[in-house]
Design a protein around this ligand. Structure first.
Ligand code: NDP
Length: 329
């Protein structure tokens, strides 16, 4: 039976996203075949579409989804046909009615979590898990510590606000409008800065922290925030640069890190953290626990038909979205 998938023939704007007929075969060893109920929209999909992260062409898109397992290949023991499942995956291919994919990154979805929520939370929630639980300054983070989290009203951002509150952290969120700042505060940010109005957000961070600065900056905005992020850190602070929604981080001299107080910089990616099934399951169990307990609620404000993927990308790049968005096959 023919299925539908979004494919790009060449990198470029949202108009490159084409819904086409594809054949989805049987799973090979270590693979499963999944029928999607929903797919997550992520900023990394934009990097894949526009060529910032180059993919072999023609390419499928989408790295987050949820649905029902239809078949499992040889050697797959943690899933069986009929299981509800969700994943954050590399390689991409979630923008599709069904796909064959590596089983190691697919987890059983608890009954209490809906398919839409599962599709909206895996890549984003596992990212927040590794950022707040594993990407830490010297000495770790203690309740009461200040951290700065950019784009705090986005998909990753709203999960981070809530998870940070659960950990007792004082999260200072930045966002691009007063409405988004309010949303970040409602989800657990202790403070919010509209960095389109207060362009010198580092000065605000110093005010909030009585001049000390924060222990960690989690920065997915990149080019526009890099300098201010460094200027927001306390001595020995850590800048976790995990994305570049405004463009890549400019080249910098390591001497800057000495001048600004023996700082640390890391450039982590989720896919190093979920390289094995065991690691993915352990991180996923923690995420499922946060969601099942209600400490983290996944806010889905936007739903698009799969055939409308181009519009979802336009809205995401125009900074119009709040929280998470899903595509529905
Ligand atoms: P978001 O929903 O957060 O959308 C991106 C947000 O970035 C926008 O809403 C906007 O918020 C902000 N932004 C700032 N400047 C720009 C700009 N010039 N153009 C567009 N947006 C801008 O996306 P996601 O939740 O999907 O992802 C958040 C970030 O985390 C992305 O950069 C993504 O690549 C990164 N990421 C990294 C991972 C990793 O492991 N390294 C894994 C998962 C995500 P505002 O208007 O409030 O500024």
């Amino acid at each position: 039976m023919s299925e539908k998938a979004i494919v790009i023939e060449a990198p470029g704007g949202p108009q490159q996203l084409k819904l086409v007929d594809v054949e989805v075969g049987a799973p090979g060893p270590g693979e499963i075949r999944i029928r999607h109920e929903a797919c997550g929209l992520n900023y990394i999909d934009v990097y894949h579409r526009n060529g910032t992260y180059a993919l072999p062409l023609p390419a499928r898109l989408g790295m987050e989804g949820a649905g029902v397992v239809e078949a499992v290949g040889e050697g797959v023991t943690h899933l069986k046909p009929g299981d509800r499942a969700a994943y954050a995956s590399n390689p991409p291919g979630a923008y599709a009615t069904a796909r064959v994919m590596p089983a190691k990154c697919v987890l059983k979805l608890p009954e209490a979590i809906s398919f839409e929520t599962g599709a909206a939370m895996m890549l984003k929630g596992l990212t927040v898990q590794y950022l707040l639980r594993k990407t830490l300054p010297q000495g770790g983070l203690q309740p009461g510590d200040h951290v700065l989290f950019h784009a705090a009203a986005g998909g990753v951002g709203l999960i981070a606000c809530q998870w940070a509150r659960a950990l007792g952290l004082q999260l200072i969120g930045t966002a691009g409008s007063d409405e988004k700042c309010q949303l970040a505060l409602e989800h657990g940010a202790a403070h919010a800065i509209n960095y389109r109005r207060d362009v010198d957000f580092a000065a605000k961070v110093r005010e909030i922290t009585a001049g000390r600065g924060v222990k960690v900056v989690y920065d997915s905005v990149g080019a526009d925030t890099w300098e201010g992020s460094l200027n927001s850190l306390a001595p020995f602070g850590l800048l976790a640069s995990f994305g570049g929604a405004s463009g890549p981080v400019p080249p910098f001299s390591v001497g800057t890190l000495a001048a600004k107080g023996s700082l640390y910089v890391t450039r982590p990616t989720l896919f190093t953290h979920i390289a094995t099934h065991e690691a993915t399951q352990a991180m996923g169990d923690e995420l499922f626990g946060m969601v099942a307990s209600g400490q983290v609620k996944i806010r889905i404000d936007q739903r698009y038909a799969l055939s409308d993927a181009a519009r979802s990308h336009r809205d995401l790049e125009a900074r119009q979205l709040l929280g998470s968005a899903v595509l529905l096959p």
